[in-house]
Design a protein around this ligand. Structure first.
Ligand code: GLN
Length: 533
């Protein structure tokens, strides 16, 4: 069976929700019992997202197979409740590296190597390989950037060629645009959409669908006007108006007949039979927005707090956990450098410290972890938040005043957290952390065991430093125990203070495994403890 392709492009400006449109279309197809997956194309020159500052670009999403990916991959995983491999995040750097490697090996047999056909062929090969290897019914490919950018041109050209090669029944183009209104009751403006589609047509792509972002539902007359100017049938001009939650978008698109149109276009009429799956999904989606009166207040302390997207999976994981126990979550992001009086943290039901790197802001986090311990406020520390909680305990309970991580102070006398031994000779920063899913073994009769109800879990990692085993006996003597480890006991994975209401640190990133309706266990336990504070 041939895979059908849906390509999602973006117009007018960034931030219109291409990722949500892509995920929603994929979800609808999955609900119709189709085997689907998504690809994100990022036309930048970083090999992957791993070296990028999260404040500028948003969270780095880690896949099971250790990819450091664009955060849209996280959106796909959460919508589809399905793991996405790292090969599904294609960048300009990956494509050009492969082409240049092949040229150096002499594989082009004397040809002059060019963007067309060599770069575009490499892009098409990568997309087709995923479709074939995974035997997909549908593959939805989201092209990052905005049409008109120089960077994305080779990718759009490759997608254009794919449509020619696959034939009109093999490919659909969806273009995401904006219909702004100058005030709430004002007219919905169509010109930005018209211009954006003109730009797309200039490079040979006629969209089949337009997903038009707007505040209020797109009016019938606006749809007709857009349709007339863009050559898209009015039925396929879809209103993507503001919703309470991104999980309502699949239903919104479904109600406008997108599934009939997609199946008709692909010659698969009569395939919309999704009622049983819909019930479960709708229950999950509804449950995510239903608990506004019951709030749990969480303080999230880190240094990348100026952009909510820096910790997007953590935010989602908290909400999934809240939905599970019937609460909504209020998150305040607090800059660890800005806290002068830690008593402001007393008003929160729980304190969460997510992952992080480097010296800046670390003292504020160490003090936060200590404050949570002393005041018995539920605490969840993830990766950096796990390491710094151990340092706080070292300094304040074990009386090792200069306890630190060698990441923060290279010559500290008490390196409670130190470089992973295999990292000592690494000089390249890209792709060289301990990455991806590994088995974590949990000891019985611990809180961790109660939380996970098993002694073996698989969790995703992204770190270069770890707990120095030399200090473990001293920790355990003082009441902080390491309740899980990995690699045959070599690395510490979970810490807990049993006498505390809830004090848990995890070296791995539980947020990447949390899905709507299926929250990650440590988050559920943390939110539950916070709600009982
Ligand atoms: N900076 C720490 C390390 O490299 C923690 C990393 C993280 O929080 N993702 O080990």
């Amino acid at each position: 069976m041939q895979t059908k392709f849906i390509f999602v492009t973006g117009g007018v400006m960034s931030g219109l929700g291409k990722g949500v449109t892509t995920s929603s279309i994929a979800k609808l197809l999955q609900l119709a019992d189709q085997k689907v997956s998504c690809i994100k194309i990022d036309p930048y020159l970083n090999y992957d997202a791993g070296t990028m500052n999260p404040v500028a670009h948003g969270e780095i999403f880690v896949t099971e197979d250790g990819g450091e990916c664009d955060m849209d991959i996280g959106n796909y995983e959460r919508f589809l409740n399905q793991n996405i491999p790292k090969s599904h995040n294609i960048t300009t750097a990956q494509v050009y590296s492969s082409v240049i490697d092949a040229e150096r090996k002499g594989e082009y047999l004397g040809a002059c190597v060019q963007i067309i056909p060599h770069v575009t062929d490499e892009i098409k090969n990568r997309i087709r390989k995923i479709a074939e290897d995974e035997k997909l019914d549908f593959l939805i490919v989201e092209c990052g950037g905005t049409v008109g950018d120089i960077e994305s041109l080779p990718f759009l050209e490759a997608l254009r060629q794919l449509r020619v090669e696959e034939g009109p029944q093999g490919v659909i183009f969806v273009h995401v645009t904006l219909a702004p209104s100058l005030d709430v009751v004002g007219e919905q403006k169509t010109k930005p959409t018209q211009h954006s589609v003109q730009e797309l047509r200039r490079i040979g792509i006629q969209p089949d669908f337009l997903a038009v972002r707007c505040t209020l539902p797109l009016e019938e007359k606006t749809k007709k006007k857009i349709a007339m100017f863009t050559n898209v049938t009015p039925n396929n001009v879809l209103s993507c108006h503001d919703a309470n939650s991104i999980f309502e978008v699949p239903q919104m698109l479904y109600d406008q007949g997108i599934m009939d149109s997609i199946f008709t276009k692909f010659g698969k009429v009569g395939m919309v039979n999704a009622s049983a799956n819909w019930d479960k999904w709708n229950e999950i989606a509804q449950n995510m927005v239903n608990h506004e009166d019951q709030k749990v207040k969480i303080a999230m302390i880190g240094k990348y707090v100026t952009l909510a997207d820096s910790y997007v999976s953590v935010n989602h994981a908290l909400k999934h956990a809240g939905a599970k126990i019937g609460k909504s979550i209020d998150i305040d992001w607090i800059d660890s450098e800005s806290i002068s009086d830690y008593n402001i943290l007393s008003k929160y039901d729980g304190i969460l410290v997510p992952g992080g790197f480097g010296t800046r802001g670390s003292e504020g986090i160490i003090n936060t972890a200590n404050f949570a311990r002393e005041k018995d406020i539920p605490y969840l520390g993830i990766c950096f938040g796990f390491q710094l909680a151990a340092i706080a305990f070292g300094r304040n309970v074990m009386n090792l005043e200069d306890a630190n991580s060698t990441e923060i102070k290279a010559d500290t006398k008490n390196p409670i957290v130190d470089l992973l031994p295999e990292q000592k000779d690494i000089s390249d920063m890209g792709g060289s952390l301990r990455l991806g899913a590994n088995e974590v073994k949990i000891k019985e009769n611990t809180n961790a065991y109660k939380i996970y109800n098993t002694n073996s879990i698989h969790k995703r990692h992204r770190h270069r430093y770890e707990i120095n085993k030399k200090y473990i006996p001293e920790f355990e003597k003082n009441g902080l125990i390491f309740s899980a480890n990995s690699d045959g006991g070599k690395r510490m994975e979970i810490l807990e203070i049993t006498s505390h209401k809830f004090y848990l640190g995890v070296q791995f990133h539980p947020e990447f495994n949390s899905r709507p309706g299926y929250p990650e266990e440590a988050f559920t336990a943390f939110v539950k403890a916070a709600s009982e504070k």
